[in-house]
Design a binder for this molecule. Sequence first.
Ligand code: NDP
Length: 255
Amino acid sequence: MSRALFDLTGRLALVTGSSQGIGYALARGLAEAGAVVVLNGRDPTKLVAAQARLAEVGIASETAAFDVTDPKAVEAGIAAIEAAHGPLHILVANAGIMRRMPSVEMPPETWREVLATNLDGVWYCCQAAGKRMVARGKGKIVTICSVQSELGRPTIAPYAASKGALRMLTRTLCAEWARHGVNVNGVAPGYYDTELTGALVNNAEFTDWLCKRVPAGRWGKVEELVGATVFLAAPASDFVHGHLLYVDGGMTAVV
Ligand code: NDP
């Protein structure tokens, strides 16, 4: 019984931004739980490389290259996935970018670039996948939020604004879609060593600050986000709606 609660066999899952980093780890984790996974990103070469990495560990996967900032491409991409592989059961809206700059220096295009990817992109993907799930009365959506959905930090104004907005998008979609059998929840990572945070992991001063600030005393490992995501994609979470699950070593639990 408990094994069935986390079994994703026969489910089709799209993970946006899964050619590397957190998205790749989540795609692998969902596949290991039984799902058929579709990898996404803008760069087809990176997608083919990610697919090959999964194949090396015995995981077959599909790819769908599209830019989440383009609503027409998102709609066409999700329509093509369903035409080729059947109904989409799980969307992990993960694709996101970070730009660091003091707010007094930030040009409008940087602000727009981050919001376009981290907020508009998630919205387009949730809407395109969600309308199909609502029509079928079944689906699981996991938005990848952040500790910055909760906490302010200097130099990342558009990033934190986008992640704070994702928290409310997650709750609002829950308010609309829970009664239609669609679970919309979020996973909120703390700090993980990926390309997005690359400059920081080599910054001894920042790592020293982080390890003191985080109760667990360390950076997260991307694999540590899999359990929360599989839970929110699996039957185990059927009555969990509009929740943000922080996987942050306790960072948001303490001041
Ligand atoms: P990475 O930079 O390592 O990976 C980002 C992925 O997103 C790549 O596969 C990239 O591929 C894809 N991507 C970027 N823009 C787009 C786009 N417009 N359309 C489609 N795909 C896109 O980032 P992480 O793995 O670190 O981050 C993943 C998510 O986790 C983000 O939402 C981030 O905000 C969140 N997060 C990360 C944390 C961390 O500590 N790393 C902490 C908290 C949250 P390509 O360039 O080919 O498009």
